[in-house]
Design a protein around this ligand. Structure first.
Ligand SMILES: CC(C)(COP(=O)(O)OP(=O)(O)OC[C@H]1O[C@@H](n2cnc3c(N)ncnc32)[C@H](O)[C@@H]1OP(=O)(O)O)[C@@H](O)C(=O)NCCC(=O)NCCS
Length: 250
C-alpha cells in the first residue's frame, strides 16, 4: 500500500494558498474554535458534527501533553480546525476487529474530536491537509494509533480522511447516526494486502459485513460526475484475524 501516493493532491490544490497557514492550536484559540464550530454546527447535516459545549473544547485542549489540534488561519481568522486527543476510559470502536485488537493489546489510542472547515473555504482539501499535519504531530509525540468516526452520509469527510492516508476499519452507530470508523497509524505498515475488491459505497450492509470480517476500506473511486461511487477494499495477510471469523466466503 503506497501511503505516499495517497497523500498526493492534484496540482491545482497541491500548495496551500499563500494567505493560509496551518498551525497547532491551544487554549488561547478556544474562542475562535468555538465560534467556527457554532457557525458550522448550525448548518451541518444531523450527525456530521457532535454536539459540544465550550467546556468540552476546554477539556480537550487544556491537557497539552494529551492533545494535538491543528488550525488553518487566514490572517487572524480561523477558517478550519481539527481536534484530537488521547482516548481515556472504556474501550471504543470495539466492533472494529482492528481497533478491538489494538485495545486488547493495550495500544494507546488517540481519537478525533471534530474537524470543521469554514464553508467559504471548502473545496481546497483543507481537511485532509489538517489531518496530515495532525498525524505528523501525533507521530512526533511517539503516538501510533488514531481513530475517529465519520457519518456514513458525510462523503466529503470520508474522502478527506482517505486522502490523508486513513482507512475505514469498522462501522458504529452513535447517538446521532451510522458512522464509519476511520483509522490511521502504525498498523497500516504491518498489513500486506492479499486481495482487493470494490463495493458500491452506498451498499452499507455489504460494506459493514466486510469490515466485520477484517477487510478495510482504502480509497474511493468516483463516477464521471465526480461523486464517490465505489469503495476499494482489501483483505490483509494478518494472523490476528484468524480467530475473528475471517473466512474466504466473507
Ligand atoms: C467535511 C469538511 C471538513 C470537508 O471540507 P474540505 O476539506 O473543504 O473538503 P473538500 O470540499 O476539499 O472535499 C474533500 C473531498 O471530498 C469530496 N467531496 C466534497 N463534497 C462532497 C460531496 N457532497 N459528496 C461527495 N464527495 C464530496 C471532494 O471531491 C474531495 O474528494 P477527494 O479528496 O477524493 O478529491 C467540511 O465540509 C465541513 O466542515 N463540513 C461540516 C462539518 C463536518 O462534517 N466535519 C467532519 C466531521 S467528521
Amino acid at each position: 500500500m503506497s501511503k505516499t501516493a495517497k497523500l498526493d493532491v492534484p496540482s491545482a490544490g497541491g500548495q496551500l494558498e499563500s494567505e493560509l497557514r496551518l498551525a497547532p492550536l491551544g487554549m488561547p484559540d478556544i474562542g475562535a474554535i468555538h465560534s467556527l464550530y457554532q457557525a458550522v454546527h448550525d448548518v451541518a447535516p444531523h450527525g456530521h458534527l457532535a454536539d459540544r459545549a465550550v467546556a468540552e473544547f476546554e477539556s480537550i485542549l487544556s491537557r497539552e501533553e494529551e492533545t494535538v489540534s491543528v488550525g488553518v488561519w487566514q490572517g487572524d481568522t480561523l477558517v478550519g480546525y481539527t481536534l484530537c486527543s488521547i482516548h481515556r476510559g472504556e474501550p471504543v470502536f470495539k466492533d472494529s476487529p482492528l481497533i478491538g485488537l489494538l485495545q486488547a493489546r493495550s495500544g494507546e489510542l488517540w481519537t478525533g474530536k471534530g474537524t470543521v472547515i469554514d464553508p467559504r473555504f471548502e473545496g481546497r482539501m483543507l481537511m485532509s491537509r489538517l489531518l496530515r499535519m495532525r498525524g505528523e504531530l501525533i507521530a512526533k509525540r511517539g503516538a501510533v494509533h488514531t481513530a475517529g468516526l465519520v457519518a456514513t452520509t458525510n462523503l466529503a469527510s470520508l474522502a478527506s480522511s482517505l486522502r490523508a492516508g486513513g482507512w475505514i476499519v469498522g462501522m458504529e452507530r452513535d447517538e446521532y447516526c451510522d458512522n464509519f470508523v476511520c483509522y490511521s497509524g502504525a498498523l497500516q505498515v504491518e498489513f500486506k494486502p492479499l486481495e482487493t475488491m470494490t463495493i458500491p459505497i452506498h451498499d452499507l450492509p455489504e460494506v459493514s459485513q466486510k469490515l466485520a470480517h477484517g477487510w478495510v476500506g482504502d480509497r474511493m473511486e468516483k463516477g464521471q460526475d465526480g461523486k464517490p461511487r465505489q469503495l476499494l477494499m482489501f483483505r490483509h495477510e494478518f494472523e490476528w484475524f484468524a480467530g475473528s471469523g475471517d473466512d474466504s466466503s466473507a
